[in-house]
Design a protein around this ligand. Structure first.
Ligand code: BG6
Length: 510
């Protein structure tokens, strides 16, 4: 990731990535076609894709290098986020190979090795290899182990070998630890890139810049001035065709230890000593490690889980979650979760962090809202303190990419009447942002070996440790049915009650 001064677009001065060969496991899947390929294409357009670049697809299905290259060429125009320029297409697809094989079979790795050696010789990719595990999670440990044991991922003669692991990284603390252990048995930590696509979002990366490139915020970024924080990742999407995955996963596992905790740690971490991977990742991990572990009695009080029922989203009728294909009709998997977390450190003691995420809600809206303390005295007799507008700094992540400040102002007129007003910075007003997939920076960073946007093993485990008490509480008190919320609403009333208990309310999902 590069940061530049005063530029309307950022990629121009970044250096071209190292020559390398990208090996995608699960190459026939959706991720490759919808996101990875368009992201590679965007990198090529920006002049950031290496001059010497090879792409090897690995999957079980029968195909050939020619057919695979043809499939990619066909799907690129479908999923590209920018106009197609044939010379950039050529750069991405100039050297494509396909290896058919079972990811559990040694023979597959022998064939991959053969292709790598050929491409390295014929295309000058210098032995640098990026293995991308775009497979279902069950594949992560076995493929990682094979890559390590076969020697394909061994770094030698100055060449780098890196492995990207998609999410979800584990399903609880024990499985995340076991996966880390497996991978770290055959690879070094600095070879492992655990992806979280939230970190590919410009607005998420900007949280660090907002906090640490401005002298304005840091002095008031603490319990003396901040009263509470709300982190919302609301989706209007339903579970759709992902019933199989989702019913075994639920909103908490799907979103909280990864995406919401990335937002939480960027918002709340201490300033890193340097803008460098290890310094940033250490602070993020420390922050997650400071999340107060809920006791057996506290956990159920500080969380809400619910499921969507029938309703309408964007004027379209939506069936209740339990009626979704591949979902157990008696399912008690949550499609909505809200948590109240406390952070045990000097900066944040006594400042609640409220997190919520859910499917089939009124709108897609991700934001972090920081509520500052109210003015301490009622100086204006006609407007009591509790009628003053609340001071919120709102970081809009998506779809509104913005930063807004809400405060009080005098309503023009002869008497002192006070009204809530707002100032908003919108990215689109200041920067020319070419539409992207969100994977460009992440892939590019892997190619240049910058792990700043990739969580480390300790960060991942700290995240799971913080949510484990909720998972335990749910397991220990099975229920026949969860509270429901109407599809297209702002969530269950129980989530409102969670904040009402503290005299607060959620910001609207508009
Ligand atoms: C994925 C989850 O990681 O993130 C999905 O598995 C979710 O369930 C998605 O819809 C949300 O991502 P975004 O970028 O649309 O907010």
């Amino acid at each position: 990731m590069t940061v530049q001064n005063g530029a309307k677009t950022a990629a121009t001065t970044a250096r071209r990535a190292d020559p390398c060969c990208l090996v995608i496991f699960g190459a026939s899947g959706d991720l490759t076609h919808r996101l990875l390929l368009p992201a590679l294409y965007n990198l090529a357009v920006e002049g950031l894709l290496p001059e010497a670049f090879g792409l090897i697809g690995v999957a079980r299905s029968a195909s050939s290098s020619e057919a695979f290259a043809g499939d990619l060429a066909k799907s690129l125009p479908k999923f590209a986020t920018r106009d197609i320029d044939q010379s950039a297409v050529k750069r991405v697809l100039s050297c494509v190979a396909y290896v058919q094989g079972d990811p559990d079979d040694n023979e597959t790795y022998r064939k991959i090795g053969q292709e790598l050696t050929r491409i390295e010789r014929e295309h000058g990719t210098k032995g640098n290899r990026l293995f991308y595990l775009a497979t279902p999670p069950a594949g992560f440990a076995p493929i990682g182990t094979h890559l390590g044991e076969s020697g394909l991922a061994r770094e030698e003669n100055g060449a780098w070998r890196r492995v990207v692991i998609e999410k979800p990284f584990g399903t609880d603390l024990a499985s995340a630890r076991a996966l880390n252990q497996k991978l770290l048995g055959v690879l070094n930590e600095d070879q492992i890139f655990r992806i979280d696509h939230y970190l590919g979002k410009e607005t998420v990366q900007n949280i660090m810049v907002l906090r640490f490139a401005n002298g304005l915020f840091e002095p008031i970024w603490n319990r003396h001035h901040i009263e509470h924080v709300q982190i919302t990742v609301a989706e209007s999407l339903t579970v759709g065709r992902r019933g199989n995955y989702y019913d075994a996963t639920g909103a908490l596992r799907d979103m909280v230890p990864n995406h919401l905790f990335q937002l939480l740690s960027l918002i709340a971490m201490e300033p890193p000593s340097r803008f460098a991977a290890d310094a940033v990742r250490a602070e993020k991990a420390q922050l997650l490690d400071a999340v107060q572990l809920q006791s057996h009695d506290e956990a159920p009080r500080n969380c809400v889980r619910a499921q969507y029922g029938d309703g309408y989203v964007d004027n379209h009728a939506v069936d209740a979650y339990r009626k979704t294909a591949d979902v157990n009709p008696d399912s008690t998997t949550e499609t909505y979760v809200a948590l109240k977390l406390m952070i045990d450190n000097w900066r944040w003691a006594q400042v609640p962090f409220y997190l919520r995420t859910g499917k089939a809600l009124r709108a897609k809206q991700s934001e972090v809202a920081i509520k500052f303390k109210q003015a301490p005295v009622a100086m204006f007799r006609d407007t009591p303190i509790d009628r003053l507008a609340e001071n919120f700094l709102v970081i809009g992540i998506q779809p509104n990419e913005c930063i807004g400040l809400e405060f009080n102002a005098k309503i023009p007129g002869p008497s002192i009447a006070i009204g809530g007003v707002g100032m908003t910075f919108k990215y689109e007003d200041f920067f020319d942002v070419a539409p992207s997939t969100g994977y460009e920076t992440l892939i590019y960073d892997c190619m240049i070996g910058d792990a700043i946007l990739y969580p480390r093993a300790d960060g991942i485990e700290a995240g799971w440790r913080a949510v484990q008490p909720f998972l335990d509480a749910w397991r220990e008190t099975p229920v026949k049915a969860l509270p429901t919320y109407r599809a297209g609403s702002e969530g269950p009333k129980e989530a409102d009650e969670l904040l009402a208990r503290d005299g607060r309310r959620w910001r609207p999902i508009a």
